[in-house]
Design a binder for this molecule. Structure first.
Ligand SMILES: Nc1ncnc2c1ncn2[C@@H]1O[C@H](COP(=O)(O)OP(=O)(O)OP(=O)(O)O)[C@@H](O)[C@H]1O
Length: 370
């Protein structure tokens, strides 16, 4: 069993005059994992997060971090010992990016030169060019500011990172990038990360475990993303998770069982005269996959389209999930998903009907196991 890093024991927070913002919360957060608090607005996610570093004090109950009651550590010291990233990057506008990142190490007594050196390294860690270090926060894009926010939170190398909707103010493309970066960082750093979001997709992408909160500050379910999508604990979780949860659940199942079949291919650009080589294996209903000289996919030629190139769909790569397998087939003009190997060369094609058969047999195996 994983080791606990943060524990909530019967924690309640009642703001003056209101109902409970967090109601009798007990949960254990694993060391070195990403735990996501998700739920509708006002359900107590931020309050729960802030009680970990004593920005908010509980009305009842105990929180321990690494076995130590948080109230045994002075609040300011505790706060500095954990990284904190919020929605607006919270950077100091009149200080350079490097100085912003160096803030906590400086407060901890690290020399100016060492703190700056560390800040420069961190710019690279979060994927920012070193030239940006001299700029002021307002001279950066929203996504860049959030990266600086992450760098600043990592500066003192804290074991715990608290992140409150850190990516919700940036556009979806940047948000996707930031999520991928966080997962990449976490593979190297293995911090204990608690991440608040109201977006269930973000929660299932990032979380090793997801805690779904319901209005009134009650923990409705605490499980892996896969379990939450496959078996929501109650009506509230099912409706919060959304209508296409069955489809999204496929994103957690490996597509190992799906057969990759041969496909008729046409090579373009490989011959000196620009002519074509037809590899006539397989029956693809008159469709032929067009590849370059290195066998990388370029698109399709349809039964009646002559040699006009029709753009292909998404590609299926080794290790991809059933969701990607199905998407590759459904997004392909020929109805055949193109599978490539690790070098991007065509390995063959997959059929939607076969992906569905694999999904169905996996479902039967699961049901038999119940
Ligand atoms: N300082 C405060 N004083 C009084 N009530 C508060 C205070 N902070 C939060 N609340 C109330 O506590 C409840 C939980 O708020 P909290 O911010 O923890 O929810 P949340 O799930 O993070 O919501 P959101 O997604 O909208 O940020 C809400 O009803 C909120 O109005």
């Amino acid at each position: 069993m994983a080791e606990a890093m943060i524990e909530f024991q019967s924690v309640t927070k009642q703001y003056q005059g209101g109902q409970a913002a967090v109601d009798d919360l007990s949960m254990s957060i694993d060391k070195g994992s990403i735990t996501v608090f998700v739920g509708p607005s006002g359900c107590g996610k931020t309050t729960s997060l802030r009680m970990i570093n004593r920005m908010v004090e509980p009305t009842k109950g105990t929180i321990t971090v690494d076995g130590k009651d948080v109230t045994s550590v002075p609040a300011a010291e505790l706060r500095r010992s954990m990284g904190y990233v919020m929605q607006s990057s919270g950077l100091m506008p009149h200080r350079s990016v490097l100085d912003n990142i160096a803030t906590v190490p400086r407060l901890n007594g690290v020399s100016k030169a060492d703190a700056r050196k560390r800040a420069e390294e961190l710019l690279d860690v979060v994927g920012l060019a070193s030239g940006l270090g001299k700029r002021y926060p307002s001279q950066l894009s929203g996504g860049q500011q959030q990266r600086v926010g992450v760098a600043r939170a990592l500066a003192a190398d804290p074991p715990v990172l608290l992140m409150d909707e850190p990516f919700s103010a940036v556009d979806p493309v940047v948000r996707d990038e930031l999520q991928r970066e966080l997962l990449r960082l976490q593979r190297d750093l293995a911090k204990t990360i608690v991440f608040v979001t109201h977006d269930i997709d973000e929660a299932t992408v990032l979380g090793d475990k997801v805690a779904v909160f319901a209005v009134g500050g009650k923990l409705a379910q605490y499980a892996t993303p896969e379990e939450i999508l496959r078996a929501p604990a109650n009506e509230f979780v099912a409706s919060f998770v959304g209508r296409d949860r069955g489809f999204r659940h496929l994103g957690f199942s490996a597509a190992d069982g799906v057969t990759i079949r041969p496909v008729p291919k046409v090579t373009r650009g490989g011959n000196a005269d620009g002519g074509t080589d037809v590899d006539a294996r397989g029956n693809a209903g008159g469709w032929r996959l067009v590849v370059d000289a290195e066998s990388r996919p370029l698109g399709w030629e349809g039964p009646g389209s002559g040699s006009d190139l029709i753009p292909g769909g998404s590609l299926f790569r080794p290790g991809d999930t059933l969701r990607r397998a199905l998407d590759s087939a459904l997004s392909s003009p020929s109805g055949l998903g193109v599978a490539v190997d690790g070098d991007g060369r065509v390995a063959g094609v997959i059929e939607a009907a076969e992906v569905l058969a694999v999904i169905e047999s996996a479902r039967r195996v699961r049901q038999d196991a119940l």
